[in-house]
Every structure is written in structure tokens, then in C-alpha cells.
Design a protein around this ligand. Structure first.
Ligand SMILES: NC(=O)c1ccc[n+]([C@@H]2O[C@H](COP(=O)([O-])OP(=O)(O)OC[C@H]3O[C@@H](n4cnc5c(N)ncnc54)[C@H](OP(=O)(O)O)[C@@H]3O)[C@@H](O)[C@H]2O)c1
Length: 234
């Protein structure tokens, strides 16, 4: 992809091909989202806000195209109704993965308008009718909840590994970003920083429970007017 910086392409290629060749029980996790200079990912929780410029938008589609699956929380499905496709670039759409304990994924979600069909992780299935999602083509997978009532991410990653997902892009929203960072489950970061102030809904607004995650040997480049920061997380 012409607009993507060569060092980022090379770094990603080697990280992702290593993940595909290693026999790991869980996928390599790339956290990738867009924020303003003050760390906002939306003006208000539940409202969509376009932060990236055109080139960064295309970069996101390229990143999707080189991952096996893409994960979002139900908050993002409800707010943005994303397609999670690679329509701006050549390549295959990744498998959409939605975390949705209470099965709030709407039947008219745009995720159902393309392939592959989403995998929806949820909590207790007892007494719940999932046929409405399954007839749309989704697969509903049950996992345990943690003490806070959220779906267990470690279990989800293992289930994805069992299903042949070697590389997972995590796009958001804030609660999902916070959860992956807090639990030390994000392996690498590709962050788009738009040169704007929003004063809105922050990607991270609570204390991170694990050691403060750090980008190792951070790389920075300008993509049109956006600042792209990337590197492995530890
Ligand atoms: N700028 C960007 O790059 C970007 C990207 C994506 C989204 N966004 C924005 O972010 C906002 C949505 O973010 P959000 O924080 O409201 O929602 P979210 O992070 O998309 O989804 C959070 C929901 O996911 C479910 N969930 C299940 N297991 C979880 C776990 N282990 N950890 C965390 N959540 C879990 C929970 O709902 P249940 O309890 O019902 O399961 C939770 O409320 C929207 O305004 C959207 O526009 C921005």
C-alpha cells in the first residue's frame, strides 16, 4: 500500500508472519484505534466521530486486510454500526468478532451485510434464543464472565486460537481498549493521533490494573496530517 510508511509495513509483516508460523494457543493482538491529541475516541460515549484523515482511514483498512479477525465491543456496534471491511484496499475482510454479553447485536447491523459472518461471544446462554442471530449467519459462542461481569478475554483469545485465528486486530471502543491494556493482552499498538482536541470520551480513563503498558522502541510517522505511533507493547 503506497501511502503506508515502509518501516511500518516491514515491521508488521515480520510480526504477523511470525505469529502465523508459531504454534501459539492464542492470536497475536494488535490494538489499533484513532484518538485526538487529548486521548478522545469520540465526542460522547455512543456517538460516532471520524477522527482519521483519508490516508489513515485507508491504513486501517489495510491493517484489517492483513489480520485474520477484528474484534469490537457491542458499544461500538451500537454506536457506529461498522462494516469492519477492507473496502478501501484489496484483500479479504477479516472475521468480525463482537463481545456482547446480553445479545444486543441488532439484526440490521451492517456486519451481516458482508462475509465472513460475525462470531458473537456472549455470556450464559441458558434460556436465551440465539436463533435470530444464527439465521442471519452469525455464530454465537459462550464464554465465562469475570468478577466485573465482563466476558473473559483470556478465554476468548484461546477460543479464537482453537479456531485458527493467528492474528487479531482490536479496534475498540474504550471499554474494550481499556480491558485489553489492563489485562496485558495487547501485544502491539498502531495508534492514529489526529491533531485535534475533542475533550470527549477517552480511550483510557481509569487506572490500568497491570504494570503501565509501554510501547517498546516506539516508531512515529506522519500520514498526511495524522501522527501514527506504533510498536510492541510490554
Ligand atoms: N476512534 C476509534 O478508533 C473508535 C473505535 C471504536 C469505537 N469508537 C467509539 O467508542 C464508543 C464505544 O465504546 P464503548 O466503550 O462505549 O463500548 P465498547 O468498548 O465498544 O463495548 C463495550 C461493551 O462490550 C461488552 N464487553 C463484553 N466483554 C467485555 C470485556 N471483557 N471488556 C470490555 N467490554 C466488554 C460490554 O457490554 P455487555 O456487558 O453488554 O457485553 C461493554 O459495555 C463509540 O462512541 C464509538 O464511536 C471509537
Amino acid at each position: 500500500m503506497k501511502t503506508l510508511p515502509e518501516p511500518l509495513i516491514n515491521w508488521l509483516d515480520s510480526a504477523l508472519s511470525a505469529a502465523k508460523s508459531v504454534d501459539s494457543s492464542r492470536p497475536l493482538v494488535t490494538l489499533s484505534y484513532a484518538q485526538s491529541l487529548d486521548g478522545s475516541i469520540a465526542a460522547r460515549q455512543g456517538k460516532a466521530l471520524t477522527l482519521s484523515g483519508k490516508a489513515s482511514f485507508r491504513m486501517t483498512h489495510y491493517l484489517r486486510s492483513i489480520h485474520d479477525a477484528i474484534l469490537v465491543g457491542i458499544g461500538t456496534v451500537l454506536a457506529d454500526n461498522p462494516q469492519l471491511t477492507v473496502r478501501e484496499v484489496d484483500g479479504d475482510n477479516p472475521r468480525p468478532v463482537v463481545l456482547d454479553s446480553a445479545l444486543r447485536t441488532p439484526l440490521d447491523a451492517r456486519l451481516f451485510a458482508q462475509t465472513p459472518m460475525p462470531w458473537v461471544f456472549t455470556a450464559d446462554l441458558d434460556g436465551k434464543d440465539v436463533s435470530y442471530l444464527e439465521t442471519q449467519g452469525a455464530e454465537v459462542l459462550q464464554v465465562d464472565q469475570d468478577e466485573a461481569g465482563f466476558l473473559r478475554l483470556d478465554e476468548i483469545l484461546l477460543r479464537l486460537g482453537e479456531r485458527g485465528i493467528h492474528t487479531l486486530m482490536v479496534e475498540g471502543g474504550a471499554q474494550i481498549i481499556q480491558a485489553f491494556l489492563s489485562q496485558g493482552l495487547a501485544d502491539q499498538l498502531i495508534l492514529t493521533v489526529s491533531p485535534s482536541f475533542v475533550g470527549g470520551y477517552k480511550a483510557v480513563d481509569a487506572l490500568i490494573e497491570s504494570e503501565f503498558p509501554q510501547v517498546q522502541e516506539p516508531q512515529i510517522t506522519l500520514l498526511e496530517n495524522d501522527i501514527i505511533v506504533w510498536g510492541a507493547l510490554s
